[in-house]
Design a protein around this ligand. Structure first.
Ligand SMILES: [Fe+2]
Length: 285
């Protein structure tokens, strides 16, 4: 069993690094941690960075998860190879680019690029957002899944994820007490379905709603409240159509042995208790 500690960062290729940086700072509210000729790294919390846009192909997206030790990483690589997932060991240069000690990359059964990483850098500086969006940190990702039942088995049998709830057959998966860190959404092609940042309060969600409307940022769902995690949410579209989310109030599962997952319908009522209707195709199958 591969013991994942947490989601760590996303890496997104872009043909327009300048626009991506403008969105990440002026709209999303992240802070530039470092800028190189071909990459911009963004902070959202105490970690060195939790998002990196780099000059490259827009379909080149990866999500990274942290493991506890080098031994765990090598055991994970061996296990993944045995299951038929070719594993690439990050070179010294690739590790430097990601600001960590060691990593492997491979594709999940749907073809999503994943990176399992060891000893990623922490920041000595406090996060200070470019705009006051109330961001408290990068928290979870949605991943497209060509076959959600098969991919649930990958995340829960090969890795240590547990199902917190299901919307239709799409599972919301936790790694620790936070209700979900990975959400799988049925979709015919791989890719990152959305990137979530937590904000401090309901006021931050509402203030951002007004702010995004005023700046003509397409709102795709919300404000609303998830009936699964109870989080209040707002989804909106960023560069290359990628969806970002602010949310607050996610359920923390403290009594792990007593928790039982729930089944919600795969229709708008399964996603929002306030009646908001998603404008995101992955929610509408
Ligand atoms: Fe989400």
């Amino acid at each position: 069993m591969i013991e994942l500690k947490d989601v760590r960062y996303c890496r997104l290729g872009t043909s327009d690094l300048e626009s991506a940086e403008r969105f990440a700072t002026s709209i999303l509210g992240l802070e530039v941690a470092e800028r190189t000729r071909s990459s911009v790294y963004f902070k959202s919390d105490e970690r060195d960075h939790t998002l990196c846009y780099f000059q490259g192909n827009e379909s080149d997206q990866a999500a990274a998860f942290e493991l506890g030790s080098s031994d765990d990483l090598h055991a994970a690589a061996t296990g993944l190879e045995r299951l038929g997932h070719p594993v690439h060991y990050g070179s010294g240069e690739e590790c430097e680019l990601r600001k960590l000690r060691e990593f492997i990359s491979f594709s999940d059964p749907s073809g999503n690029r994943l990176e399992f990483v060891v000893r990623p850098a922490q920041s000595a500086r406090r996060y200070h957002g470019t705009r006051d969006a109330g961001v408290t940190g990068f928290s979870h990702i949605g991943l497209n899944s060509i076959d959600v039942e098969r991919d649930e088995i990958f995340w829960t049998n090969v890795c240590n994820a547990r199902v917190s709830d299901r919307i239709g057959d799409a599972p919301l998966l936790r790694l620790g007490p936070v209700h979900h860190v990975i959400a799988l959404f049925p979709w015919p092609t791989p890719g990152i379905q959305h990137i979530n940042h937590q904000v401090a309060s309901t006021d931050d969600v509402q203030r951002s709603h007004r702010f995004l409307l005023e700046h003509q940022v397409p709102i795709v769902f919300g404000p609303g409240r998830h009936v699964t995690s109870m989080a209040q949410f707002l989804y909106f579209r960023g560069p290359q159509g990628l969806v970002f989310e602010y949310s607050v109030g996610v359920t923390i599962i403290n009594d792990e042995p007593a928790y039982r997952e729930r089944q919600l319908p795969f229709d708008p009522s399964g996603f929002c208790g306030w009646g908001a209707k998603p404008q995101i195709q992955q929610f509408q199958n």
